[in-house]
Write a new protein. Sequence first.
Length: 228
Amino acid sequence: MPHPDSVLDPAIADFRQDFYDKLADMEAYTYDESEQPGAGGTGTAGIEEYQPFWQAYSDAIVGYLAGSVDRETISDFLIGLYVYLFNLKAKGRGSQAVVDDSDAEVIFDLDGLVADVLAYPIDHYDDYEPDPDPQDPETSDSAPNLEADTSRAQAAFEPDRGAIPSLTSTYAREASSGAVRDVYSGAEPPTDQLPPQEAWDQVFDQLNWEWAFEVFDIDLDLPERPED
């Protein structure tokens, strides 16, 4: 349950509920249970001190969620992923590790920040430091861990989006190599297949690409699941 004075955007819960819940617990801890000195050196830090830092952090995560993947990039990726899954099932070519890396929740993880936050102790962000010299315009209060992860969130989308063309290249290399082997070895056509329903379930359900289409408003019509 978020703190009554929480500034975390609910869009973060739509992205990852577990991530949002952990952030909400950590935010509440800084507001109500901080052990750091407050502004001016009197009392303990709380809502007044921490809220601006949490607002900046929330804004950075929401900025990440506003990132976009262009239509051509995602189309090439989805086609390549289907071919990779087909070859893995029908011909035993490929690696489950590559499939696991193709999971949308693995790709879009704020460049590892989600896993880090889930592993943090509850007081990880309780590190407020009052302005050492309020008369000096060059100094200010700080919250080093909150500020560091705010910067991480601000920079996370490009590395995450970069995983998509990288995986597409991996799919293409495997498909090309396999095709050459088939041509020159006279390999028999595969007897096993990847039915459309199974392919849809793997890509959009098990690998969470339906989730990604919704969270990032991807500019490509999500195909309906084929009828059995």
